[in-house]
Design a protein around this ligand. Structure first.
Ligand SMILES: NC(=O)c1ccc[n+]([C@@H]2O[C@H](COP(=O)([O-])OP(=O)(O)OC[C@H]3O[C@@H](n4cnc5c(N)ncnc54)[C@H](OP(=O)(O)O)[C@@H]3O)[C@@H](O)[C@H]2O)c1
Length: 267
């Protein structure tokens, strides 16, 4: 059974390749723009291409049974139609649910006629690397809404689920909401990063408009949307869901474990 991993050097795709190999998959094909630079494991069949360059896909899709679809809205309709033509029997996509930015990906996949499984992760733990620079340079976090709580997930846990549902039967037609194992406030996250560093990191609460202004250089018009969402999470914390453990039988990575593993970024 040939499994195509698109975005195979990306945050999720690269980890997925490793999970598939560790689970014993022997026919893993990886799609990358630059096979030499990608330095993928030697067991993997590396194919040159990118979801955004659809002309590269017929060759990559030939003989593929199942595929992991990295999120690229711009070309998704052509991509899934090429997958259907190539006889792909299941698409596992990284999206985010019908009420999110990624809805168009799920709709296109569903309309392709290929059996599908949607992965719907919430916020990624890696998003909190956004505090790394201020922690490194000022030793504090200045941001809004310390009580806002989310259940962020580790990238490797998303990849582990993707490998599980690609390799197992019984996941067609399912949409899996994915979170980390705990709902945790921003203040607790900063405290846990401090524990990993071995020092206390004060959380200096910014008013809404200052939080928007601070993010605008990096996020542009999305800064206000993001901070509005954080304010909402202060009123309605995001609960954790047990899907990761139900699917993999493993405990999800906690934020404290993530902080310890990524402590170098904050030091
Ligand atoms: N709930 C959520 O928060 C959520 C849900 C779904 C998706 N997402 C988003 O999904 C993304 C997943 O990231 P990912 O790193 O796993 O995969 P990705 O951004 O799709 O990138 C995968 C690979 O595609 C190639 N690539 C990306 N952009 C390119 C471009 N403009 N031109 C040419 N090649 C390009 C690169 O491969 P090469 O090395 O081969 O060049 C890259 O490593 C994140 O940006 C995340 O924010 C978030």
């Amino acid at each position: 059974m040939t499994i195509l991993v698109t975005g195979a050097t990306g945050n999720i795709g690269r980890r997925l390749v490793d999970h598939l190999l560790r689970a014993g998959a022997t026919e893993v094909r990886a799609l990358t723009n630059n096979p030499v630079k990608a330095a993928l494991p030697p067991e993997v069949e590396v194919v040159e291409g990118y979801l955004g360059r659809v002309e590269t896909l017929p060759a990559a899709l030939a003989g593929v049974d199942r595929m992991y679809l990295a999120p690229l809205d711009a070309t998704v309709r052509e991509v899934v139609s090429l997958a259907a033509e190539a006889g792909v029997s299941r698409i596992v996509d990284l999206a985010g649910g019908k009420a999110t930015w990624w809805a168009s990906i799920e709709v296109a996949v569903e309309e392709s006629g290929v059996a599908w499984t949607h992965l719907e992760p919430g916020e990624f733990m890696d998003n909190y690397l956004m505090w790394a620079e201020q922690i490194r340079t000022t030793g504090t976090v200045r941001d809004g809404y310390p009580d806002a709580a989310v259940a962020p997930i580790d990238l490797d846990d998303i990849a582990a689920v993707a490998a599980t549902v690609l390799l197992e039967e019984g996941h067609a037609g399912k949409a899996y909401e994915l979170t980390g194992p705990e709902s945790i406030s921003r203040a607790e996250m900063v405290a846990q990063i401090g524990q990993a560093l071995g020092r206390e990191i004060p959380y200096v609460e910014l008013p809404h408009e200052e939080a928007v202004a601070q993010l605008t250089p990096a996020m542009g018009e999305f800064a206000r949307w993001y901070v509005d969402g954080v304010a909402e999470l202060a009123r309605h914390p995001q609960p954790a869901v047990p899907t990761f453990t139900q699917l993999t039988g493993l405990p999800g990575t906690t934020f404290a474990q993530w902080a310890a593993a990524n402590v170098g970024a904050f030091r």
